[in-house]
Design a protein around this ligand. Sequence first.
Ligand code: URA
Length: 248
Amino acid sequence: MKICRLFDMERLDKILVSQGTGSRKEVRELIKRGEVCVNGEVIRKADFKADPENSSITVKGQAVNYSRHIYIMLNKPSGVVSATNDNHDKTVIDILPEEYKRKGLFPAGRLDKDTEGLLIITDDGDFAHKMLSPKNHVEKKYIAKLDKEITEDTIKAFKNGIVFADGTKCMPAKLEIMTDSDNKKGIVTICEGKFHQVKKMFLCCGINVVHLQRISIGNLYLDSKLPIGSCKLLTKLDKELIFIGNIH
Ligand code: URA
């Protein structure tokens, strides 16, 4: 018989919320209706304590595949900072729904305060490292609105690898002009995350970025139905998509 340590035990409603089963209110309803079983036994109390890693939990007969870590897709709004805490500004952690908040959460990579779009928030350091390390060549795509037209020279300069004024060398990047944009909107693909990288790359070509949105990391795209400022939990497939097609 397995002996569960007391500190491994968590409230059933909290476990289910952390796995994306629903909001706290929704999972409490499910529990009350007798739709949740722990080790084959119907549990009707939200404060029932279970060991999430070693119990078999089902909801409406479907197994909950417990993951110790949490992975959140946020459609980051402008005006919040990519930090865990800040004395002046709201952070991306501050704007998460209460049910997703937990110890150890951090944004996996930074978007500038005025940049919008796909940001992953997690408590899994290894995952974040794997996603962010330039060595792993996980591509990040941005839509950049510009104050001037993109020219063939700009595209070439991105392809060759921009060198900042201080000598910092960027890896080769892809720049595509978006159709119907008067040549003033482009999709930039980079594999690294230097400070203000996209803005500085354009600036080296004499162009200012007036709006920036990240749309993908690897093959995981920002959910077009996710309103700005909202978030959702990543599925196992979503997580895999980040690394699919990554040849390194
Ligand atoms: N590059 C930038 O310049 N800003 C961001 O927020 C992300 C990439």
